[in-house]
Design a protein around this ligand. Structure first.
Ligand code: SF4
Length: 455
């Protein structure tokens, strides 16, 4: 009885809606763990939240508008209930800061990605003083120092682990240098500690994350650690079965990293390596700092070391100044590399970036080019999946599909596999006989249990 009446002891619930990349997903999990220190329990039911956090992404078009739309929904939902503490986090919060609160006073706190260590103070201050809070400093070192002391309780079969944040490259279309700040690499030792914790929790696959993950460089006591050192150290953990990393920049594909594909048995033969365009003129206009020839040379080096390696990429279509010839060069590159899974979008400007005021290409031309490139990318993706039919693939089983006698897992190349399985196979690498496929998925039946590492 007493417990129910004492609001301080009643449990408070936090709901986080996450948009965007894997790093936002990782951040949302860490935010859950941070706010649990001041009594908030995670809920999946938006209606019962005492604290509503929107973790935003600024990469896609109309990101800002999406935020106001979402907050409008929250406002409507809680109209006749007690208002939750409303927080906007992530890259839109960083880019727009106080402007968001001015335009939508229903928002209580705006907090950028490098200030998450201050989230509890912001909530407490807001509740005490009923004032708006804005935290958008680039305190990356302090943030990781704070989170290093909070256990990562994620127990998914496949887990994310942020090792690096920010970017110094300033591609003209990109907001990351402004929203995540300069390149920062976490302590090698703290990353390994966190990886050990994730493995102890049950993770069999770890994806190392960074906006420029392969620019990772940590120095301590005259020792230098690169991404290759992290990979080869993780390789030693017997319970860990697969290692991935994303997102890479071509100019940071150093030889030590390429050599890992010859040495590591756990590093998957799949790389997401954004190229953005197949035209040197456009790459220069974008300030990408590499040429098409250089990109091809990296792919060749990787293929030489491990012929199984497959690539995926990102493409920006109709970047200002893109002619028919530039677009054809991109198509040529797509046909040459035969990417197995890529993201392609029509260029749209982001306020504050160097390209934001450039003249846009006619929308009909842009749409036509996007259709052509997607047809090529998707037909190759479907064909690749078709070729796999009637063969056995190694699948890391992530989970059982709810209300079905089927399981979900992924191949080394990240392709989703849905298959009929046995009990207790989650977290194991099993062989699946692929019976059919479509553009994005493979469908099959488990063949035999395989507890060994994927080759
Ligand atoms: S390298 Fe990547 S994160 Fe950095 S500015 Fe370019 S696109 Fe953005």
């Amino acid at each position: 009885m007493g417990l129910k009446k004492n609001p301080k002891l009643m449990s408070k619930k936090v709901f986080i809606k996450t948009f965007g990349c894997q790093m936002n997903e990782y951040d949302s999990n860490r935010i859950y763990e941070a706010v649990s220190k001041i009594g908030y329990k995670k809920t999946q039911i938006f209606d019962e939240a005492n604290c509503y956090i929107l973790n935003t992404c600024h990469i896609r078009d109309k990101a800002k508008e999406k935020v106001y739309h979402e907050i409008g929904r929250v406002k409507k939902n809680f109209k006749s209930k007690k208002k939750p503490v409303v927080i906007v986090a992530g890259c839109v919060a960083q880019a727009e800061n106080n402007e968001i609160i001015k335009r939508e006073p229903y928002i209580d706190i705006v907090i950028g990605p490098q200030s998450y260590h201050k989230i509890n103070d912001a909530i407490i201050n807001h509740l005490k003083k009923n004032e708006k809070e804005e935290q958008t400093d680039f305190d990356t070192f302090l943030k990781f120092d704070y989170f290093d002391k909070i256990k990562n309780n994620n127990s998914k079969v496949s887990s994310f682990l942020t090792i690096q944040e920010g970017c110094d490259k300033f591609c003209k279309f990109c907001v990351v240098p402004y929203t995540r700040g300069p390149e920062y690499s976490r302590s090698f030792y703290r990353i390994i500690d966190e990886a050990k914790q994730l493995i102890k929790n049950g993770s069999k696959e770890i994806t190392l994350l960074g906006q420029n993950v392969n620019a990772y460089l940590y120095e301590e006591k005259n020792k230098r650690f690169r991404l290759s050192d992290l990979i080869m150290t993780l390789e030693e953990f017997s319970e860990l079965k697969r290692i991935r990393y994303t997102t890479s920049h071509p100019i940071d594909m150093t030889d030590d990293l390429i050599e890992c594909y010859g040495k590591s048995k756990k590093l998957v033969p799949f790389i997401h390596l954004p190229v953005q365009s197949g035209s040197n003129k456009i790459l220069k206009l974008m300030n990408r700092k590499h040429t098409v020839e250089y990109y091809l040379s990296i792919c060749e080096k990787l293929k030489k070391i491990n012929t199984k390696i497959e690539f995926s990429s990102d493409f920006i279509i109709a970047y200002p100044g893109e002619t028919e010839k530039d677009f054809e060069d991109t198509m040529k590159l797509v046909k040459k590399i035969k990417f197995i899974n890529s993201y392609s979008f029509i260029y749209s400007s982001r306020p504050g970036t160097a390209a934001s005021n450039l003249e846009l290409i006619d929308d009909n031309i842009a749409k036509k080019r996007l259709k052509l490139i997607q047809n090529e990318l998707f037909s190759h993706q479907s064909l690749k999946n078709k070729i796999i039919e009637n063969t056995l693939v190694n699948v890391l089983v992530e989970n059982k599909i709810r209300n079905q006698n089927k399981f979900f897992g992924r191949t080394e190349q990240m392709t989703a596999v849905i298959f009929n399985g046995e009990k207790n196979i989650e977290g194991k690498i099993v062989q699946v006989l692929i019976k059919s496929s479509n553009q994005n998925n493979l469908f099959g039946e488990i063949k035999l249990n395989k507890n060994t590492n994927a080759a």
